[in-house]
Design a protein. Structure first.
Length: 391
């Protein structure tokens, strides 16, 4: 190694981890930066053997805090990660129930300097740490490196981006959220998951609902930039009807697909309660629990927020119609309101209902902040969007 950099007052730790298989071969990447300049002070990337994504992310956090303690003792530390789970748990807002993560979180707390803060950032802005983790998995990187010891120089623009907020102030990005119309699973109160589940088509009633929404949204025709949809059949069919009315094509974004319900897919709530009551109760009680072969609410949240970040970057300051499902839409609403994920259980969202969120860059920090303009509105044909909420 070439020696330590001079003293710095503030540092940023960027950390990530991943598992190819979840659980499967896993690794982490961690980057330590000077907060003022964005310059890299040190990196660490290592494999972990077989582990889950969440354990790998926690391992990346521990490694990043160790870099801060070693190369910037006494500095103020901000941790930035794209794992909402780790950020919320380390901030004390969510409980840590998994024993492996409890141990890693305890190790992280022991390493963290007093006053360490934790900030969620979109996955696209955590590309450096993600790259390190993948390089470790590919066998091209292992261990700690410092400038002059294998870390390539970054262009000035990259350093500036790392030390600056993601965006500046400007027009809000408006997202018109549309839940798909009904299917036989909807009316039968059956679990109906994302791309991996049984995906029935819209029923005649569902197509009529989509047409009503499409007609309702035509008054926004001149301001809508794009129609985005989950690739799941029922959402794509709804989006095609809406997009045709608006004269737009449909862009697909898998991040907004419904939760995967695994073995529960196609079963009614009553059937699951009868066959698998213990797992169902655990699923409602713990946001990290998942149906057998399915996804947890936290897993869905992470991919939905990653999709949101891409949407906000691609269509900043414009209006987007997003056709999705119950869980992703509620997740976006909770995020916009900065509400706990458990808030999902206290929302009711009808088929083909329209909700509207606005996201704007905080002029002080550049962080995207959300607001809810209205929620769960139906298209009754007797009032206009502008009459409802005047947005």
């Amino acid at each position: 190694m070439t020696g330590r950099p001079g003293p710095v007052e503030r540092v940023v730790v960027e950390a990530d981890g991943g598992s190819r298989g979840n659980p499967g071969p896993a690794a982490y990447g961690a980057v330590l930066r000077d907060a003022a300049s964005g310059k890299v002070l040190a990196e660490d990337a290592r494999t972990l053997g077989i582990a889950t994504n969440n354990v790998a992310e926690y391992a990346g956090l521990v490694a990043g805090l160790a870099l801060a303690a070693e190369y910037a003792p006494g500095a103020q530390v901000e941790v930035r990660m794209d794992s909402k789970l780790v950020v919320e748990q380390m901030s004390g807002r969510w409980k840590i129930k998994h024993p492996d993560m409890q141990a890693l979180a305890a190790e992280a707390r022991a390493l963290a300097a007093a006053g360490t803060t934790y900030t969620w950032m979109p996955r696209a802005r955590n590309a450096h740490a993600d790259r390190l983790a993948n390089e470790a998995l590919d066998g091209t990187r292992s261990g700690v490196s410092v400038p002059g010891d294998g870390i390539p120089d970054e262009p000035e623009s990259a350093a500036e981006e790392a030390s600056s907020p993601a965006t500046g102030p400007g027009r809000p990005t408006t997202i018109v959220l549309v839940r798909h119309g009904v299917t036989p699973h909807t009316t039968g109160r059956r679990f109906s998951g994302g791309l991996g589940g049984d995906n029935p088509a819209l029923s005649e009633e569902g197509r009529a609902q989509a047409a009503e929404v499409a007609h309702w949204l035509t008054e926004l025709k001149e301001s809508v930039d794009v129609v985005v949809a989950s690739p799941v059949r029922r959402t794509r069919e709804t989006a095609d009807i809406v997009a045709a009315a608006l004269g737009l094509a449909v862009e697909e974004e898998p991040a907004f697909a419904e939760m995967e319900f695994g073995e529960w897919d196609g079963l009614s709530f009553a059937e699951v309660a009868e066959r698998d009551q213990e797992r169902m109760e655990a699923w409602f009680a713990d946001m990290t629990a998942a149906p057998p072969g399915g996804e947890s609410f936290v897993t869905v949240q992470e991919r939905v927020l990653a999709g949101l970040a891409r949407l906000l970057e691609a269509h900043a300051g414009r209006t987007v119609v997003l056709v999705s499902h119950v869980t992703p839409i509620k997740t976006l609403v909770a995020h916009a309101l900065d509400a706990p994920l458990e808030t999902l259980f206290r929302m009711e969202l009808a088929p083909a209902a329209v909700s509207v969120l606005a996201f704007y860059a905080d002029p002080r920090t550049g962080e995207q902040k959300g607001s809810m303009r209205f929620f769960n509105a139906l298209a009754p044909g007797r009032r206009t969007l502008r009459d409802t909420g005047r947005w």
